[in-house]
Write a protein that binds this ligand. Structure first.
Ligand code: SF4
Length: 701
């Protein structure tokens, strides 16, 4: 039971989704501790989670009231909410009337609560008449979504964190959970400490902090993951270490995967990957010896022009060994943002519909249309994240509404994003903080309530839905995002938006899930508040939730079987290196920063760990160029440049450099914005950009 001054909530940062306890003292000062009873973290919090109270209480950067400018030549001026809604509706109506509904769109965020995501999706697809709604989750998870859909029939993570303690082999690929999913990693660490025979394989071109726990670090060349996973598959098949009975009864398409796996010998594959054949054999043996095998991955696989191929070739390993739907086993994609999962569930992407329905399926469209009583929903996907900004730049899209994300720093080829927003006729930015560089491009700036200032739900990486209560009032005139959306819809004259609180939005969504694979029609706010969090599906009011999917080996595919998928590309199709740009740039996170630092950048304690951006380079590459530790260097790509200090070591492979993605413009200079360099080429199916592979040169400044 919650006391008046004590509230259970969820950390607002990563997809691990740790439970926290917020205490408010007599003066209203907040403190935050890990929730001992919450099953995810059992009281533990990482450095970011421990400092959440500072972020919540420092309102110095907050947007306090709506601001607007009549044209780009006019200054921003304070306006009332009434004027703000009227202007937004008038501009959207006039642009749609003149240029059609596809000339407008929403770009939202994996940090939005589920109710906000649901409503933005309903508003766009059901009532504005366009499918132009996409999310920054496109930048991190969409390749995993496609991989799961192709393999198990839906975007469904099969396992739970509780499976960690039941597994005896982990393959962590393209991820550094020690820094990016710290509490999840602590659980693996503890499990290994107590069970030294547990094997951990890390696949990464960099020797990261996660490698400290590894029995085997496969330091592959960037982009060679598919070749590696195929070679492991080959070894498992050749050595007859596959689960034949499982494959026969519960899967299809094995022969196609076998054929691809045998395209290269293990020796040839090892050469392509830049590691030894014995390392591949050892990794495959560790997997085959395991009673419980879990694969974990994040952006190293997803953010690639062959991201879907990387995903399916890894998922194939779970099917080959029959390691899915059983205790301590399964493929586990880790989400980066706190509610990337919730957003996918309510269809908050240009190609999805609510409750895991497909936009391309006429029956699904009809169901949603009838449920909403909306205008016709079209089957053609809307613009995805990169396409949306291309469309703004080319003039195909005229107006964009950006909610809770900072594309000026986070999108690839960021200079193009600047041009796109300059070119747009009308930009609405709905956010909590002036620290977001994107707010400078707003024609209409809307102040949103932040974490602890509104209620709603989120889903973490293991399908766990939790309730977040309102603890404090939002500063100034900031409103919950969900209210901003429904008031705009009302101003547009749309019916079906007469909500007065977030719980009504949640109830509507729950009803919509009835009978689907993600059925949460038995999970009310009341249950979440009194009984705690639940893993979907929760199809009836007495259902206890579903920690593990597919225990009956009945998959969400049309034939009920899990599908092997042969990767279409063995080889990376990212841009190539050249004498002018001979090095491969990899971008990523550091331990104590979050996304574009709009929140973590405010906390002094978090800036001491790594206070400034840096370029990590192998000692041999540095020696050849005559560089020494701390030199200021210019990194150049075909799109732009950055200037940072050099960090030299042997932890990164020769020919590869690494730059953190968090830093944006510093004092109006974009010297350290990693996305000046990155490429906006995308995986052709998932449309996820390739942040992990672009050709650069490094010169002394
Ligand atoms: Fe928050 Fe993630 Fe840290 Fe947990 S691991 S406290 S969810 S940032």
């Amino acid at each position: 039971m919650q006391k008046k001054d004590t509230f259970d909530s969820i950390c607002s940062y990563c997809g691990v989704g740790c439970g926290i306890t917020v205490k408010k003292d007599a003066k209203g000062v907040l403190s935050v501790t890990g929730n001992e009873l919450y099953p995810v973290n059992k009281g533990m919090l990482c450095t970011k989670g421990k400092t959440l109270n500072y972020v919540a209480q420092d309102t110095s950067d907050r947007i306090l009231y709506p601001e607007m400018r009549w044209s780009r030549n006019h200054p921003m001026q304070r306006v009332t909410w009434d004027i703000a809604f009227k202007r937004a509706a008038a501009v959207f109506k006039s642009i749609i009337e003149k240029h059609g509904p596809n000339s407008v769109g929403f770009y939202v965020s994996g940090q939005c609560l589920t109710e906000e995501y649901y409503l933005a999706n309903k508003l766009t697809k059901g009532f504005l008449g366009t499918n132009n709604i996409d999310t920054n989750s496109r930048l991190c998870m969409s390749s995993a979504v496609v991989g799961y859909k192709k393999t198990v029939g839906n975007d469904a993570v099969p396992i739970s964190y509780a499976d960690i303690e039941l597994a005896d082999c982990f393959l962590i690929a393209g991820a550094n959970p020690a820094w990016c999913h710290p509490i999840l990693f602590r659980r693996i660490e503890k499990h290994k400490e107590e069970n030294p025979n547990v094997k951990i394989i890390v696949v990464d071109p960099r020797k990261t902090q996660s490698c400290a726990l590894a029995d085997l670090h496969l330091q592959i060349l960037p982009g060679t993951d598919v070749i590696l996973f195929n070679a492991m598959a080959r070894w498992l098949i050749e050595k007859k270490k596959i689960d034949k009975s499982f494959i026969q009864k519960h899967t299809s398409n094995f022969e196609a995967v076998k054929q691809t796996a045998f395209e290269l010998t293990i020796r040839q594959a090892a050469e392509k990957c830049g590691i030894s054949a014995d390392e591949i054999r050892l990794a495959a043996k560790m997997i085959s010896d395991a009673k419980g095998f879990i694969s974990m991955w994040t952006m190293g696989l997803n953010q690639s022009v062959i991201g879907v191929d990387k995903n399916v070739s890894l998922l194939n390993l779970s099917l080959l060994t029959g390691q899915i739907g059983k205790p301590g086993s399964g493929p586990f994609s880790l989400t980066g943002q706190p509610n990337a999962m919730g957003g996918r569930e309510v269809g908050g992407m240009a190609s999805l519909l609510a409750a895991h329905r497909d936009l391309g399926n006429p029956k699904h469209r009809k169901e949603v249309q009838e449920f909403w009583g909306s205008t016709e929903i079209h089957g053609e996907p809307g613009y995805t994240a990169t396409e949306m900004f291309d469309a703004l730049e080319s003039g195909k899209m005229k107006a964009v509404w950006i909610v809770c994300t900072n594309p000026i720093v986070s999108m690839p080829n960021a200079k193009q994003i600047e041009k796109a927003l300059e070119k747009a006729n009308f930009v609405i930015v709905q956010d909590i903080s002036h620290n977001s560089e994107t707010t400078k491009y707003a024609d209409l700036l809307l102040p949103a309530a932040g974490w602890l200032e509104k209620e709603g739900t989120m889903t973490n990486s293991e399908r766990r839905i939790s309730y977040l209560p309102k603890v404090i009032d939002a500063p100034g005139e900031a409103l919950p995002d969900v209210e901003i959306l429904w008031r705009f819809a009302q101003e547009m004259g749309f019916h079906g938006f007469d909500y007065t609180n977030a719980s009504q939005v949640y109830d509507e969504y729950c009803l919509m899930t009835k009978g689907t694979t993600i059925d949460i029609s038995g999970l009310s706010y009341e249950r979440l508040k009194t009984e705690g969090s639940f893993q979907w599906p929760v199809p009836s009011p007495d259902h206890k939730g579903t920690p593990r999917l597919f225990q009956d080996q009945n998959y969400f595919t049309s034939d009920g079987k899990a599908h092997f998928n042969a990767p279409r590309n063995l080889y990376n199709k990212s841009e190539t290196t050249s004498p002018e740009f001979p090095l491969i740039l990899n971008t990523g996170r550091v331990r104590d920063q979050w996304h574009t630092r709009t929140k973590t950048g405010k906390v002094k304690r978090l800036t001491t760990h790594i206070p400034a951006p840096f370029l990590e380079m192998n000692k041999i590459d540095a020696y050849i160029r005559g560089f020494k530790e701390g030199d200021v260097v210019t990194v150049k790509s075909r799109r732009g440049s950055v200037r940072v200090k050099l960090k030299i070591n042997y932890d990164i492979r020769e020919g590869v450099v690494f730059l953190p993605m968090h830093w944006g413009k510093i004092l109006n200079n974009d010297f350290s914005r990693a996305n000046n360099l990155t490429n906006n080429i995308v995986d052709p199916i998932s449309k996820e950009p390739d942040f992990k592979y672009c050709a650069v040169q490094v010169e002394k400044y």
